[in-house]
Design a protein around this ligand. Structure first.
Ligand code: SF4
Length: 237
């Protein structure tokens, strides 16, 4: 079982984690379908977005954040991890919002991706996240003050800390931990998955969401092996 991240920087983190865990455990205990799971993701996301907005109003980033449309260095060369809740939300989004052609394109990238650590996320299409509205919390929280640092690390493997605005990352990570705790409390497992492998299972196995909800250890092969905080630790400097 993966350890929940215990390193805290801001007082709100424990409250977000515990509140999310409580809501997630209850929602998953009652959930019967992928739509129910999606509603849990949506309400968590709504809370996260509002919290980030509120904090940013009081403590805005001390420097401009460099992230902008078309910059996708962070979508490669890292193990993107997500809970089954987030994975199932993405699958529902793809089924409901994508044309048949685009669905095939995503499925092909998910299935044919070689899984090498430097290969880009299979959800990256034309240099942009194809599931941006429902992307995993880890992706939503990550940001950088300096895109060149991201490029150096991803393209040229030059290791350097990537500084960014800490609040979005800490808020999303606390919510992520809450989802993980809620999942574990319901006896569902694993709580954290490698995105690419998990998508492969969720797209291909019929009724994957409902089977996972009924307690089947469907995502075992996709369990995340790396349990620490994301490599790109934001700081608030
Ligand atoms: S889910 Fe979207 S934002 Fe996250 S790594 Fe994949 S393409 Fe990038």
């Amino acid at each position: 079982m993966n350890q929940i991240n215990q390193i805290r920087q801001f007082p709100y983190e424990d409250a977000i984690r515990d509140g999310t865990a409580r809501i997630a455990a209850q929602a998953l205990g009652e959930a019967k379908s992928v739509s129910d799971v999606s509603r849990l993701y949506d309400s968590t996301l709504q809370f996260v977005i509002q919290f980030i907005d509120d904090i940013a109003g009081k403590e805005p980033p001390p420097r401009p954040v460099a992230c902008q449309k078309g910059c996708a260095f962070c979508c490669a060369n890292i193990h993107i991890r997500a809970t089954p809740v987030e994975v199932l939300r993405i699958v529902q989004h793809v089924a409901e919002e994508f044309s048949e052609k685009r669905q095939k394109e995503v499925l092909q990238q998910v299935v044919e991706g070689d899984g090498h650590p430097t290969s880009p996320c299979p959800l990256l299409i034309g240099g942009a996240c194809s599931v941006y509205a429902v992307r995993p919390l880890t992706c939503r929280g990550f940001n950088s003050y300096n895109a060149t640092q991201c490029e150096l690390q991803i393209r040229y493997d030059v290791s350097s800390a990537i500084g960014g605005y800490a609040h979005p990352q800490k808020i999303t990570l606390a919510a992520l931990d809450g989802l993980r705790l809620g999942i574990l409390e319901q006896g569902l497992a694993p709580d954290l998955l490698e995105l690419r492998l998990a998508l492969k299972i969720a797209f291909i196995v019929e009724g994957a969401g409902e089977r996972w909800l009924s307690g089947e250890d469907l995502f075992q092969a996709a369990e995340a092996q790396i349990t620490d905080a994301p490599e790109t630790a934001a700081d608030n400097a």
